[in-house]
Design a protein around this ligand. Sequence first.
Ligand SMILES: Cc1cc2nc3c(=O)[nH]c(=O)nc-3n(C[C@H](O)[C@H](O)[C@H](O)COP(=O)(O)OP(=O)(O)OC[C@H]3O[C@@H](n4cnc5c(N)ncnc54)[C@H](O)[C@@H]3O)c2cc1C
Length: 376
Amino acid sequence: MQDVVLIGGGLAGLVSALELARAGHAVTLVERKTYPFHKVCGEYISNEVRPYIESLGVDLDRLGAVPISRLQVSSPSGRLLESPLDLGGFGISRYTLDYELYRLCEAAGVRFLLGKTVEEVVANTVSGPKPELRHYTTVDGETLESRLVIGAFGKRSRLDKSLKREFIGRPSPYIGVKYHALMGFPDDVIALHNFQDGYCGMSAIEAGKYCICYLTTRANLRQFGNIPAMERAVLHRNPYLKQVFENATFLYDKPEVINEISFAPKRAVENHMLMAGDSAGLITPLCGNGMAMAIHGAKLASQLASQFLNGYVSRSELESRYQREWSARFARRLWVGRTVQNLFGNERLTEAAVWAFGAFRPALRGVMRQTHGAVI
Ligand SMILES: Cc1cc2nc3c(=O)[nH]c(=O)nc-3n(C[C@H](O)[C@H](O)[C@H](O)COP(=O)(O)OP(=O)(O)OC[C@H]3O[C@@H](n4cnc5c(N)ncnc54)[C@H](O)[C@@H]3O)c2cc1C
């Protein structure tokens, strides 16, 4: 029997696994892919978590992370707004960062089941002199028994269906598309270029490369039939995007694409599992700190889980404290992120929003503060 089974090996799963293994617990992590692999993500990480990531043993300078300190926002017609980033951040690919965390986890003794998908998790109380709740996790026909499961399986997974989570019944219109490219672009800038029904982020990552990642709607794609046609018809109407898409050297044969991205509220505890990262709630990407939240949430989940495994808190205390502390840290940010995203989409509204934020800079910096937390 394992102490903890982690489902999903993105940032939330890897950081939780690393912390728990280093605290002396027996940890198994199940990830449906095999490292290293690419992921749809803008790859800009807020400095909110830089000291913490480094404290885990990740040498960001050695990995080539690029410091980023300025923001550019353009409206669909090309009105440009620039602002310093008060907290700032850095760019590094998920390919590199997740792989580094995976290697640290291996060194810490985490047992990995890679290329395997969790199909179901059942919670049952085992009888005996001291009845205790156990989780039974089904992976490719095999069942893993553990004292605790942490669900870190990201934005959307078939497990959400089997858990009958509320958000999964509601279709979501959003899709995400990501490229790596070589291009002429300032290294210290993250740009957010808007277009009809979407926005595209771009910033430097390691090895002289850039990440270009956008969020748009399925309806936008359906209207033009395929991604290149949609990019030409819609994204290129923003002069900054046209310039980049026509001149950059794209490094993949085709982009990474995901669909059904939901920003609906979720619960942080389901079926006695602690949910971490996007499984607990995904902030709209324009805030640029989903990764920081996943890492910060994993720190919280693993600390409380370790207290539970060591017998310092009961299961009911664990669950109620985790839900409470998770909401206190992140619920408001998610709400602000959803509210701000509503300003970006409709072309006229986006033009007005970029104009208004340009005319009143403190409001923009105020929104940035509302969607970020203190450095951990
Ligand atoms: C378009 C877009 C752009 C973004 N840009 C940024 C950005 O620039 N900066 C930022 O900070 N955040 C950004 N984000 C958010 C960020 O990507 C996420 O918040 C972050 O990846 C969350 O990490 P996670 O560990 O929770 O999930 P993930 O990284 O998604 O990891 C979940 C893992 O679980 C695995 N998995 C799923 N189901 C199963 C299963 N049943 N069994 C086994 N394994 C399973 C998956 O393969 C995956 O590896 C963006 C998001 C989108 C959609």
